[in-house]
Design a protein around this ligand. Structure first.
Ligand SMILES: NC(=O)c1ccc[n+]([C@@H]2O[C@H](COP(=O)([O-])OP(=O)(O)OC[C@H]3O[C@@H](n4cnc5c(N)ncnc54)[C@H](O)[C@@H]3O)[C@@H](O)[C@H]2O)c1
Length: 329
């Protein structure tokens, strides 16, 4: 039985990861550790809360004494973790422009507190969930990001994630902490907080509101279904090589924001008049694209969910789960 310590397991990807891991590895004990910021929702775990081998702890990754209690097995007599899967972060670029400090605190200082806990309590296996945004952005003709792309973050969010990636890597090089890092493209799927692009567009359609699109909607993204991301994380956790980084993306193919909006509008039989072009985000990254060939070649991962299928399923989920997102818009 593995004892898996998941940070940020009440947020979008973490919620889906915990559900996926429970389904695939029901023998493992999961400790879901989350501060429940505005982006965290404990109820998303639903019936898991009632099950054995699952325990939710409301806590902040910056709280070193709480981490110490958990990693020494003192806290609520929980089993001592032997794997850390680190999702917890401030994750919304717009918020990072308004208030960068919260991003440095959680994404950098919090990650360091967690790394120290992992090191101090027996060099616990540590996987750091990161973003392709650390590589900056691409022009139309540029080759996709891969593991050798130099870091060039352009927002306080991506800069804080870049700093955390460097720290994680340094704990491998300096102290021999067994780490892996994944840098993933934009995710979509169920349980994503409605501040983010795809759920914002879907929930606005449901409410009959206009769809605000930055600039001319020509920014390009590489959208990956959250289940494909979590399948990639599973492969890295089970078979990844220590000290390595893996890029994760769909290349399905890349899409402009306005293409994505059109696809969502068509699911509601709505037309382009619903789009409202708004002034662009400062420093808005133009294009992201990710080359996942290392992950495919070395760990046999392939994305399974075509965008058309995944987006239809996501629209259906938001339609059927208004109670989940209504209080959050
Ligand atoms: N969403 C994406 O498209 C995407 C893509 C690539 C990588 N990532 C990375 O994946 C991770 C998860 O992203 P997400 O979209 O699920 O984010 P999210 O904002 O939906 O969830 C973040 C979770 O972390 C928790 N949290 C925040 N600060 C905390 C703290 N100090 N201590 C403990 N918990 C805290 C929040 O309560 C929330 O539950 C992040 O590290 C993000 O950088 C996200």
């Amino acid at each position: 039985m593995r004892k898996v310590f998941v940070t940020g397991g009440a947020g979008f990807i973490g919620v889906n990861f915990v559900k996926y891991w429970r389904q695939q590895h029901p023998e493992d004990f999961i400790i879901n550790f989350d501060a429940l910021t505005y982006a965290g929702c404990r109820e998303s775990q639903g019936e898991l809360e009632e099950q054995d081998f699952y325990y939710f702890v409301k806590g902040n990754i910056c709280d070193r004494s709480l981490l110490h209690e958990i990693f020494t097995g003192v806290y609520e007599c929980l089993p001592k973790p032997d794997i850390i899967v680190h999702f917890a972060a401030e994750s919304h670029v717009d918020n990072s422009i308004e208030n960068p400090s919260a991003f440095i605190e959680t994404n950098v200082m919090g990650t360091q507190a967690l790394l120290d806990a992992a090191l101090k309590h027996g060099k616990i296996r540590f996987h750091h969930v990161s973003t392709d945004e650390v590589y900056g952005h691409l022009g139309l003709e540029d080759a996709p990001f891969d593991e050798s792309t130099p870091y060039a973050p352009r927002s306080p969010y991506s800069a804080s994630k870049a700093a955390s990636d460097h720290l994680v890597r340094s704990y491998f090089e300096t102290y021999g902490l067994p780490i892996t890092i994944s840098n993933c493209s934009n995710n979509y799927g169920a349980y994503q907080f409605p501040e983010k692009f795809i759920p914002r567009m879907i929930t606005n359609c449901i409410q009959g509101k206009k769809l605000p699109v930055y600039g001319k909607g020509m920014n390009i993204r590489d959208w990956l279904h959250v289940d494909d991301h979590n399948r990639a994380l599973e492969q890295i956790l089970l078979r990844g090589e220590m000290g390595e980084t893996y890029c994760v993306g769909a290349s399905d193919p890349e899409k402009t924001n306005v293409d994505v909006v059109r696809q969502i509008l068509s699911a509601f039989d709505l037309g382009e008049e619903m789009i409202e072009y708004v002034s662009d985000r400062p420093g808005h990254d133009f294009r992201y694209a990710v080359d996942s060939s290392k992950l495919q070649r070395e760990l046999g991962w392939m994305p399974k969910v075509p965008f058309e299928e995944g987006i239809a399923e996501t629209v259906k989920w938001y339609r059927e789960n208004e109670a989940w997102w209504k209080g959050k818009v």
